[in-house]
Design a binder for this molecule. Structure first.
Ligand code: HAM
Length: 433
């Protein structure tokens, strides 16, 4: 039997040229969070199932998770997201000075149907603030997200950060006639809107609204609203406290210059733990149909661990999803394609000088130059060909004559000029270049 050369469906493997792009993207994400004073953390890849069953929501845990019994018969899960682990870590360290601003780049697993932007093993960049229930924390999270999009030079015309508020939507739905015990079910139905065809979606909304056509129509009208100033919405929400919160948030976003945001009651988020402001970042073109990023405020997750109430707000962003978006708009620098793996290639004329060539390569590496040494044992001409194919700009040749003299020729492939010198002289020459 021959073994398949393919990995399991949806599991990631990245060849070096793909990893180069991933490193570029994750590097910018890290930079963006460090710039705003966030610190990096991580949690375990495998968690007890109960951690996610408690609050993440039925679909994620029941249909999309990798769960199994470990050798001690414990029900475990490969983390499908980071937020419950983060909440536990915060609850565990009661002495933490709050608020904290933390970010992470966890590997997550979801048993989803592999499709563009959705795979089964993925990196998800997370940014969260815990310990502040003030709207300034929601604003800061949006600013970090906006800053990240700017760092990739993505103009706000190509994406949209739709936002709403769970608190606001709960009161708005109740005013539309949705009984309070059905609000969560209606949230789940609204969250499916962009993932389903209009007909079946309408049916699932009707079902969530207890079969009431009147309520379903009101909800449909509500999720179609596009401004906090919409007259129908204002009348519906007259005197409602949560309405004031969204009006204030809209004003803060506008005046602080966060670009690409717009109020959208259709954004309610699929995860159960959100309680306040919620948001999603979407591509405005048709190419990338699933959200690039989603997040919001969660008030009650940390207290599940028996600790005091600590509110959090943050977002998760799929690195692959973001990368596909950047590729769509030509925002991955072309220079990454031609990036070369080393600055210097040490060509070895024959096996009897291998040890001296190796020592020379170590010398250059010690001086901070990315140095590759020949490992093919092929003729010198082919070694030059290899260095040129890899785009390595310079080659140092090591033969018995050079070893005897202690001086080595270094060729610049671009124009053929040769500089000969001791290792020290060559290193100074390179450093000055
Ligand atoms: P989420 O909406 O489930 O939220 O995921 C956030 C982002 O992770 C998505 O917008 C997408 O970019 C990426 N993502 C999700 N599933 C996949 C997948 N199967 N393949 C590739 N990328 C995927 C959360 O997970 C929340 N815990 C985010 C959060 C952090 N909320 C507050 N803090």
């Amino acid at each position: 039997m021959t073994l398949s050369t393919k990995p399991l469906g949806g599991m990631r493997q990245r060849y070096p040229e793909e990893f180069r792009v991933e490193n570029y993207v994750t590097g910018k994400l890290r930079e963006g969070s460090l710039k705003a004073g966030f610190e990096e953390y991580d949690g375990p890849v495998m968690e007890p199932l109960s951690l996610f069953a408690a609050k993440s929501g039925g679909e994620l845990v029941e249909r999309q998770s990798y769960t199994f019994l470990d050798r001690s018969e414990r029900e475990v899960i490969l983390r499908p997201e980071m937020t419950p682990s983060l909440a536990r870590m915060i609850a565990h360290r009661g002495e933490l000075q709050l608020p904290v601003r933390w970010f992470s780049m966890p590997l997550c697993f979801r048993y989803e149907r592999p499709q563009r932007g959705r795979v089964r093993e993925f990196l998800q960049f997370n940014c969260d603030i815990l310990g502040s229930s003030d709207l300034s924390a929601d604003l800061e999270i949006m600013m970090v997200l906006g800053g990240i999009m700017e760092s990739f030079k993505a103009p706000s015309s190509i994406y949209r950060i739709g936002w709403s508020s769970r608190r606001f939507m709960t009161s708005a739905l109740e005013r539309c006639g949705v009984p309070s015990e059905s609000v969560q079910t209606v949230f789940a139905a609204v969250d499916r809107r962009d993932k389903m065809k209009p007909g079946p979606w309408r049916e699932s909304l009707m079902e969530a609204c207890g079969g009431s056509e009147k309520i379903a129509s009101m909800v449909e009208k509500l999720v179609g609203v596009e401004s906090t100033g919409d007259p129908w919405l204002r009348e519906l929400m007259e005197g409602c406290e949560s309405h004031e919160e969204i009006v204030r948030f809209q004003d803060l976003l506008a005046r602080s210059g966060v670009e690409g945001t717009s109020f959208s009651p259709a954004v309610v988020r699929g995860l159960d733990y959100y309680t306040g402001i919620v948001f999603e970042l979407m591509d405005t073109g048709g190419e990338n149909r699933r959200a690039l990023c989603g997040g919001g405020r969660y008030d009650n997750l940390v207290s599940l661990f028996g600790s005091k109430k600590i509110s959090g707000v943050g977002f998760g962003m799929g690195v692959l999803t973001l990368t596909l978006f950047l590729e769509t708009y030509g925002l991955i620098p072309k220079t990454l394609e031609s990036a070369h793996p080393a600055d210097l290639y040490v060509a070895v004329v024959s096996g009897d000088v291998l040890a001296e060539a190796a020592a020379l390569a170590r010398f250059f590496r010690g001086r901070g130059f990315r140095t590759m040494i020949d490992v093919s044992g092929r003729k010198i001409g082919r070694q030059f060909g290899e260095a040129s194919r890899l785009g390595i700009p310079r080659i140092v040749t090591v033969g018995s004559e050079e070893v005897a003299l202690g001086r080595f020729p270094m060729k610049l492939l671009a124009d053929g000029t040769v500089t000969t010198g001791t290792p020290e002289e060559l290193a100074s020459f390179l450093a000055a270049d």
